[in-house]
Design a protein around this ligand. Structure first.
Ligand SMILES: Cc1ncc(COP(=O)(O)O)c(C=O)c1O
Length: 440
């Protein structure tokens, strides 16, 4: 990598801001609903409130509750509100983290410590659906926990019989998602939790994506199965405030059935010449802005505001789903109860369809096994649903008529699908990551 010398001289505030804005203009245009992941935008008013809350506490560090009692209170209140949203009792507790991945990492690390200390398990395993978020694989990789993957059924929900068969004497944890990222469905949490209880092991519900939409969907009369602490046997949950909680980036909650479990998450070190060190989660410094902005979002929306947002997003999702189903050759995967939908085709190449849509300015995530496309509906999508469906219909018709797809990622997905050597794929993707760090 060629070196980039630090500028010799100062740059004025105005010039720095101008340069920042110039780069910003190259980014995905999420305000207009053309992207379907990464950003959860609830309008300019909410964005301004989050900016105010975030900047007010931008310099504060949640690592020290003694120096910043405000952050301690915000965090404790955010967690107590989450416990109440997820039907916990007064024993439910947790910590805030930087995001879904950190929450999942902490839940797995907690399970590992619990298994070792309470069950004497030295080589812990966890049984997870193939649809579970890769954060669990990352946790397995980081913490030396073996991830045992089990298949999903035709409805894309985990096969609980397969899960039962995979549970062994080293299993510390079983996991279900509510909702799972790929097809947006809820795993059979009641059955997974009952299995965990029967075996005397832990059960985590990953509600990072669905945690701040399913409760409101249920209140609106949708058919949402129980997925939270109301289910006997659920011992921990993760739920992201920075997704459908519409908080600023860097905010998630990991919750436990009781404080004894949470103690397995904490890290302390007393022998450091720098003094007594205690850290509740993975990161050291914990940005105060993210904690304060999450508290601000929960108060600003309240149950009333979240239910209202959910009502709009669910109606938009229905329009997307019905529209996709009405397009010849396309099908929606499973029966998603919330705002996350996967779709594909038995006759068309879904990745080529994704490239054709991308050429028209729509950024859709790609699904694999089966090939598909992915939408996560936010308030920004209400006004694009009609043009989106029109473009989707035209692109599908074009491919059906034999029009060649525009160049995009379909070829790469096809190529990766054909490679059976996992090491080769790993190396290819690592090359891609390497390339991201080129200056320019
Ligand atoms: C179900 C689920 N779990 C965990 C995560 C990880 O969240 P984050 O990207 O905030 O780390 C995601 C992200 O999309 C998710 O969908």
């Amino acid at each position: 990598m060629p070196l980039l010398p630090l500028p010799k001289h100062r740059t004025s505030r105005e010039d720095v801001v101008r340069a920042l804005k110039a780069r910003h203009s190259e980014d995905a245009n999420w305000r207009e609903g053309r992207t379907f992941s990464l950003v959860y935008y609830a309008g300019e008013d909410v964005k301004r409130l989050l900016e105010e809350a975030y900047t007010e506490f931008m310099s504060e560090n949640g690592l020290s509750p003694l120096a910043f009692p405000s952050l301690r209170k915000f965090e404790a209140e955010v967690l107590a509100m989450c416990a109440s949203i997820f039907n916990g009792d007064a024993n439910v507790c947790g910590t805030m983290t930087s995001g879904g991945t950190e929450s999942v990492l902490m839940a797995v690390k907690t399970a590992r410590e619990w298994a070792k200390n309470e069950r004497g398990i030295e080589r812990p395993e966890m049984v997870v659906p193939i649809s579970v978020h890769p954060a669990f694989e990352k946790a397995a990789h980081y913490f030396g926990v073996k991830a045992v993957h089990v298949p999903c059924g035709a409805d894309f929900k985990v096969d609980v019989n397969a899960m039962r068969a995979a549970v062994g004497s080293n299993t510390a944890l079983v996991v279900g998602s509510a909702v799972a990222y790929p097809q947006g469905v809820v795993d059979p949490i009641a059955q997974i939790a009952a299995l965990a209880k029967e075996k005397g092991i832990l059960c985590h519900v990953d509600a990072c994506l669905g945690g701040f939409i399913l409760p409101w969907a249920k209140k609106l009369g949708r058919d949402v199965p129980a997925f939270d602490f109301s289910v006997d046997g659920v011992t921990s949950m993760s739920a992201d405030l920075h997704k459908y909680g519409f908080a600023a980036k860097g905010a998630s909650a990991v919750l436990y059935k009781n404080a004894e479990l949470r103690r397995h998450q904490f890290f302390t070190y007393a022998d450091w010449p720098g003094g007594m060190y205690a850290s509740p989660s993975m990161t050291g410094t914990r940005p105060g802005g993210a904690i304060a902005a999450a508290w601000a979002a929960l108060h600003h929306f309240g149950e009333e505001g979240y239910v209202e947002q959910a009502k709009g997003m669910l109606a938009t999702t229905d329009t997307f789903v019905n529209g996709i189903k009405s397009i010849p050759g396309l099908k929606v995967f499973g029966d998603p109860p919330a705002t996350v939908v996967g779709f594909g085709s038995d006759t068309l190449n879904a990745w080529e369809l994704g490239d054709a849509m991308e050429a028209r300015g729509w950024k859709l995530d790609r699904l694999n096994k089966p090939a598909g496309l992915h939408i996560m509906v936010t308030p920004a999508h209400a006004r694009v649903v009609e043009p989106f469906l029109r473009d989707l219909r035209e692109c599908a018709a074009g491919l059906t008529a034999g029009q060649p797809p525009p160049e995009g990622s379909a070829a790469m997905y096809g190529m990766l699908g054909a490679v059976t050597d996992a090491k080769q794929i790993d190396s290819f993707v690592k090359d891609f990551l390497d390339g991201l760090y080129e200056v320019g």
